[in-house]
Ligand binder design. Structure first.
Ligand code: SDX
Length: 434
């Protein structure tokens, strides 16, 4: 971070104050307003943080206008094709791609933490079978802090590292347990000799009564889905994890807070909502009646949104959506589902949205969630599990961002202020006189 200039604020009767303008490696510069309140007695006002940089970070860079996404400087298009998820996880956590020895050691360490304390099984039986799996994951991940007391001290780098390995390794196991519990099938223990994604697929889809054969094409597709979801700058759930971590909360509680935030349909819940939307449109006549659906989306009173479209940062095509569409096509072809009506409906919707003035003028392009539901459905993952898979992948990014926040010398507890528009001071009137 370097000072590249100054910003002058003229306010009140001829009062003026200067602030440093700071630049990073690439991307927008920032006006450092940390002294604004002390100098002027005023706050900035930015609901939704459209113009606010909450931190400096070296992890992920997004250029929304160009549709660029870099993890530690590497383009997502190259990582998604040349690396597997644990290689990318290593990159996001430690700052560079591992060599063969580093990778093997990292994989071995992660895969030796895949089991969970056996008493955690009892948490699942406390939920209704039809509980949303994200409700289960929020509860169970937060409860890990009741088991792993030797990795709660956030001021101990070694304990932070152990917590990181435990979370990355156990999220697939817990996610698969949430799925198995919801369908009344027994939990499947991890198999450490399998790869990360193959192990997850086996825990999700194998049953004790039969042998399970891993389909490498489907495993590779899942692995790519995890890579595409691994991190994404200061999005809502990452900002939630950072804010929770800034109070000194333990790593498991922080990740549970990220899972809770990700669940929202405007954020990580959009893939579930997008697939539900496609299925609804399909039921109402599919491609033949898309026009009526699009008209409803344009009608503000309908409340209908084109789920899987639009993004706070991307005002161009989300690079992850392009890769997700390619992966969807590969999986559907592998499974002989090339004529999948939902995929055809999705591509028809995308074509309309990319040409229709309503969407073009608002720069509403497909985002990562638009195709991810279709490919996960083809992999046999039920709709209600889509956001759990998103949380599984994003745990790597949340941990890296949380670690960066704790290690930042400028770090303080996050405590925004407000513009108060409520009642001025007034006295209480006894109830008999109200
Ligand atoms: C993720 O932040 C991240 O990085 C998130 C994420 C990650 O990896 O962490 O990328 C993952 O959350 C992707 C986004 C998934 N959400 C959805 O697909 C839900 C549908 N999208 C919208 O809810 C919306 O686009 C947001 C929430 C994603 C972005 O909202 P913004 O930036 O606050 O934009 P906005 O709501 O102000 O919309 C601008 C205009 C509005 O119309 P006008 O008031 O100007 O007339 O566009 C309209 C909105 O009504 N609009 C949509 C729309 N999204 C925005 N209209 C129809 N369909 C949509 N999907």
């Amino acid at each position: 971070m370097r000072q590249s200039g100054k910003a002058v604020l003229n306010y009140g009767e001829g009062k003026m104050v200067e602030f440093p303008v700071l630049g990073g490696t690439i991307g927008p510069e920032v006006v450092d307003i940390r002294t604004l309140y002390g100098k002027t007695g005023m706050f900035t006002y930015d609901p939704g943080f459209l113009s606010t940089a909450s931190t400096q970070s070296t992890i992920t860079y997004i250029d929304g206008d160009q549709g660029i996404l870099l993890y530690r400087g590497y383009p997502i298009e190259q990582l998604a094709v040349s690396c597997d998820f644990l290689e990318v996880a290593y990159l996001i956590l430690f700052g560079d791609l591992p060599d063969r020895q580093q990778r093997d050691k990292f994989v071995q360490t992660v895969m030796r933490h895949t089991m969970v304390h056996d008493q955690i099984n009892r948490f699942f039986t406390g939920f209704r079978r039809d509980a949303h799996p994200m409700a289960v994951m929020v509860g169970v991940v937060g409860a890990l802090s009741a088991f792993y007391h030797d990795s709660l001290d956030i001021n101990d780098p070694r304990q932070r590292e152990v917590a990181a390995y435990r979370l990355i390794a156990k999220m697939p196991t817990l996610t698969a347990m949430a799925y198995k519990y919801s369908i009344g099938l027994p939990f499947v223990y991890p198999r450490n000799n399998l790869g990360y994604s193959a192990n997850f697929m086996r825990m999700m889809f194998s049953v004790p009564a039969e042998d399970y054969t891993v389909n490498e094409v489907l495993v590779r597709a899942l692995d790519r889905i995890l890579i595409l979801h691994a991190d994404h700058e200061q999005n809502a759930s990452t900002s939630t994890v950072r804010l929770a971590g800034s109070s000194g909360a333990n790593p498991f509680a922080c990740i549970a807070s990220g899972i809770a935030c990700l669940w929202g349909p405007a954020h990580g819940g959009a893939n579930e909502a997008a697939l539900n939307m496609l299925e609804d449109v399909q039921k109402q006549g599919g491609v033949a009646r898309i026009g009526e659906f699009i008209a409803r989306v344009k009608d503000k009173n309908s409340g209908a949104k084109l789920m899987g479209f639009g993004h706070r940062v991307y005002k161009n095509y989300d690079p992850r959506a392009k890769l997700m569409r390619e992966t969807t096509y590969e999986v559907l072809s592998e499974l002989g589902l090339g004529d999948d009506p939902l995929f055809k409906l999705a591509m028809a919707l995308e074509k309309i949205a990319l040409e229709d003035e309503y969407f073009v003028s608002r720069k509403l392009y497909p985002n990562v969630d638009f195709y991810s539901g279709i490919v996960q459905r083809a992999l046999g993952i039920p709709t209600s599990m889509f956001t759990c898979i998103f949380a599984l992948a994003r745990t790597v990014g949340w941990i890296a961002q949380w670690n960066e926040m704790i290690s930042d010398p400028d770090q303080k507890i996050g405590r925004p202020r407000q513009l108060y528009t409520g009642a001025a001071r007034r006295d209480v009137v006894p109830i008999e006189k109200r």
